[in-house]
Ligand binder design. Sequence first.
Ligand code: CP
Length: 328
Amino acid sequence: MTARHILRIQDLSAKEMCSLLDLAEAMKRGDDSRAHLAGRCIGLLFNVPSTRTRVSFQVAASQLGADSYPYGVEELRLANRESIEDTIGVLNRYLDALVVRWYDMNDYGAGHRRLRAMAEQATIPVINALDDEEHPCQVLADLMTLRELYGAEVPSRRIVYAWSYSPRQKTPGVLHSSMMAAALLGHRVTVAHPPGFAPEERVTRAARDIAARTGARVDLTEDLEDAVRDCAAVYTLSWKSPTLAGQEEIQARTRLADRWRITEPLMRLAGDDAVFLDCMPTNRGEEVDADVKDGPRSRIFQQAENRLHTQKALLTQLFDGTLTGGGR
Ligand code: CP
């Protein structure tokens, strides 16, 4: 049987995402009886640091009865010029699934290509734990959080993905996966970005093509205040510019620091019940002010917790027959 890989959010159909979220909610309530991955071995291969993704996958595996084995790339022979083909050929024989985070901020696209190369060799499921193009696991947790907040109203409630200043360059993975998930599920999203920081055109085009048949809305604007007006959630993100590079990109983002930050006056423009979302890490006073991040609208730890429940559901469905096979 072909292994099912989750490299992009659109590797899951809308129906599969909904089934996975149903299971995650049942697991969060503690009333699911399918939590049996005893004897399974989950490898975690990360070339950059992680708190939420790594720890939540380890705890998810443990709570499901599986074992997890985290590796830094420098600990494997990959760091010593062994090929991906040989590495995956070997790991196929030991592990039942491989969770991979891989990117290099100076080489856009190389991380995703590397995950694809791994998946081509793998006879076990490969799960993207963030590369330079996608972060499907984060977005599953965000979708669960939105369902908890707005229930059946999620498709009619508009979410704003707001570029915000950070000195730390981040991949556009969460943005891309969020746009594609919204398109697949018929949601309404607005991406607010400064000039030079629009999402990659290929992704916007793909999301809008899907939106045309699902009824979703994927809008882009350079006006942050206008975007936020009457929205249901403001999600801070700080992706690297797809068109600027090196020092030019860093200087451009530094000039935006004062204007592109999530503040309490900005949040007051949003709907009365609007929430603040953030996949973290973020620093108070950079992407977002402390009174927003720590304030009553903030749902950031609910999002972080939901990483655990959605990844438990994902691992369970990869092994119980729900997500097996070669994809859609
Ligand atoms: N949001 C997220 O992926 O966090 P980590 O980088 O800590 O895993």
